[in-house]
Design a protein around this ligand. Structure first.
Ligand code: TEU
Ligand code: CA
Length: 554
């Protein structure tokens, strides 16, 4: 326990399309990423996770791969990739790639060949089934991006399964030949010397080949065979390399997480947890206007953080390419407190047990975008949900637009704000998606110069993980669970306790810290805080959005 390099690391996620454009076509690319490696090294992160860069028709931003062995031409060439990998390693960082193996694009050669010749081996690489009758799909599953999970193909009078969308047909993992085909591809990338994978939608690969109806029409059944497949992948491929793996799947319980990512290392090293980002969902899924319920959230964290000790490892994050911007979601966009809130939220995440993930632009305090109209949106999830909820009259267009502004994925996908120059310094051309107009205030160039910026605060937080053992191995205790404003917890190792206090509200918050640092006769010292010369220790009151770390040694 605590001796793995990824347990001592901070991961930075790059979503290539919006990171940095080197050639003026309005689309981020690999040379653009390479040009920012010194910035990332200076930030202090250890591992870069690259969202998919494989060849793809780009219906779902590369999560629909048409050729696993080549690079998306918009992003560059294989030489660009090799050069990027080399430059990442030269700076002492590591590179982790996205592995999308639940589905391919419908443009993938395997899928196309299976349609052309239903007797070819490629046909059984996917789930093809006869309908229950004319126009009636084989079962009741609905796609994640709305509509039926089945698409009819006239040529062979069969339906194929696409649990996310019709552009993303699911691979048939019950076919051993398909599994070997995938393992071959995984080895191809590992042999290049990459340092691991983030495994997309991994729970979906486990399906009972009978494909029975599900009680709620969901296609995420989590059949136990998912563990058989992952153990096989681990035994035959992953365990032969010094790499890390992080699986991604929504709707997992703490027990599920332990199965996927137990410390015995038989499957994956950690999972991307979802309980916190799903705390606010309702019958419309993520498209709602709910703010997170703080006492409930603290309870969920307490359960997981206290339970995982000695059993499994986890990821820590609020932001990625599927989530709205965290400062808008949990903090405030009010310029008076925006930066302070962004720092407090980061502190809350980074001081927990697990590996923190920073999503591009988060370290600058980037916010959601106030979208004006439907034609500005790019995400197929947002558009699918729009049609499902607005066309059926379940939500008015105005309400749905507001839900997208608050929760939609496009918020995370606006270009990284590098400077106050045109298009935030992201591109000389026309950006593929709108740039957030607040780049004149929120941008890397300005923040590098400002010692009090969100960016410089992230550097301090990240550095703590490298200097203070307690951040990695300290036991977590959730406290003051009922407090409606303050998220409080302690971390402890023998002879040392840290108390982390985060005011998740725009009001002052009294908090009595004494009962939690009882082991010491001396006054605690302040490890880090987001309020300049905070007087919290004297007044016992946190300022709006204040975050502070107190330490006691005995
Ligand atoms: O997401 C998988 C997943 O579980 C989704 O349900 C995710 O929770 C949803 O997008 C949230 O709104 C992965 C990728 O991260 C996502 O970008 C892809 O669109 C999806 O797989 C399909 O490959
Ligand atoms: Ca480009």
């Amino acid at each position: 326990m605590f001796d793995k390099w990824w347990e001592r690391s901070v991961i930075y996620q790059i979503w290539p399309k919006s990171f940095c454009d080197s050639n003026g076509d309005g689309i981020g690319d690999l040379p653009g990423i390479q040009s920012k490696l010194d910035y990332l090294k200076d930030l202090g992160v250890d591992i870069l996770w690259l969202s998919p860069i494989y060849r793809s028709p780009d219906r779902d931003n590369g999560y629909d791969i048409s050729d696993y062995y080549s690079i998306q031409p918009n992003y560059g060439t294989m030489e660009d990739f090799d050069s990027l990998l080399q430059e990442v390693h030269r700076r002492g960082m590591k590179l982790v790639m996205d592995l999308v193996m639940n589905h391919t694009s419908d443009q993938c050669e395997w899928f196309q060949k299976g349609i052309e010749d239903p007797n070819s081996k490629y046909h059984d690489y996917y789930y093809w089934r006869k309908g229950k009758g004319p126009g009636v799909p084989p079962n009741n599953w609905n796609a994640v991006f709305k509509g039926s999970a089945w698409t009819y193909n006239e040529k062979n009078d069969e339906w194929y399964l696409g649990c996310f969308s019709p552009f993303q047909p699911d691979l048939n993992w019950s076919n051993p030949e398909l599994r070997q085909e995938i393992y071959k591809m995984v080895r191809f990338w590992l042999d290049k010397g990459i340092d691991g994978f983030r495994l997309d939608a991994i729970g979906y690969i486990g399906k009972n080949p009978e494909l029975p109806d599900s009680p709620d029409g969901s296609c995420l059944i989590l059949d136990p065979c998912v563990h058989t497949y992952l153990q096989e992948l681990n035994r035959q491929v992953l365990s032969h390399y010094d790499i890390m793996t992080v699986g991604e799947n929504a709707n997992l319980t703490v027990e599920d997480m332990e199965k996927f990512a137990s410390l015995d290392g038989g499957e994956l090293n950690m999972m991307i947890q979802f309980f916190h980002v799903e705390e606010d969902i309702d019958e419309f899924g993520k498209f709602n206007l709910n703010r997170v319920n703080l006492p409930h959230l603290k309870q969920l964290y307490r359960d997981q953080q206290e339970d995982m000790y000695g059993k499994f490892w986890t990821s820590l994050y609020w932001s990625n390419h599927d989530q709205p911007r965290q400062v808008s979601r949990l903090g405030t966009e009010d310029p008076k407190y925006r930066d302070r809130a962004a720092k407090m939220i980061a502190m809350n995440t980074h001081m927990m047990m697990g590996t923190p993930f920073v999503y591009q632009g988060e370290e600058l305090g980037m916010t959601n975008l106030h979208w004006d109209s439907l034609d500005e949106l790019r995400d197929l999830e947002e558009l699918g949900a729009w049609h499902e909820f607005v066309d059926s009259g379940r939500k008015s267009p105005e309400e749905m637009m507001e839900c997208i502004r608050q929760k939609g994925r496009d918020n995370a996908r606006t270009p990284v704000q590098w400077s106050a120059e045109k298009n935030a310094g992201f591109t000389d051309g026309t950006p593929w998606i709108r740039v957030n107009p607040n780049y004149t205030e929120i941008n890397a160039a300005a923040e590098l110069e400002d010692p009090d910026s969100v960016l410089n605060f992230y550097k301090k937080l990240i550095a703590l993980r490298h200097t203070d053992e307690i951040v990695i191995s300290g036991q977590y205790h959730g406290i003051a669970l009922e407090d409606p404003q303050v998220f409080a917890y302690t971390r402890g190792i023998p002879r040392e306790t840290w108390l982390i206090l985060c005011n998740f509200s725009g009001e002052k918050a009294p908090f009595d810290w004494r009962p939690y640092l009882y082991s010491s006769s001396e006054e605690p010292d302040v490890v880090l805080g987001n309020v300049d010369s905070s007087d919290f220790l004297e007044t016992g009151t946190l300022e709006p959005w204040e975050g502070i770390i107190l330490r006691c040694r005995t």
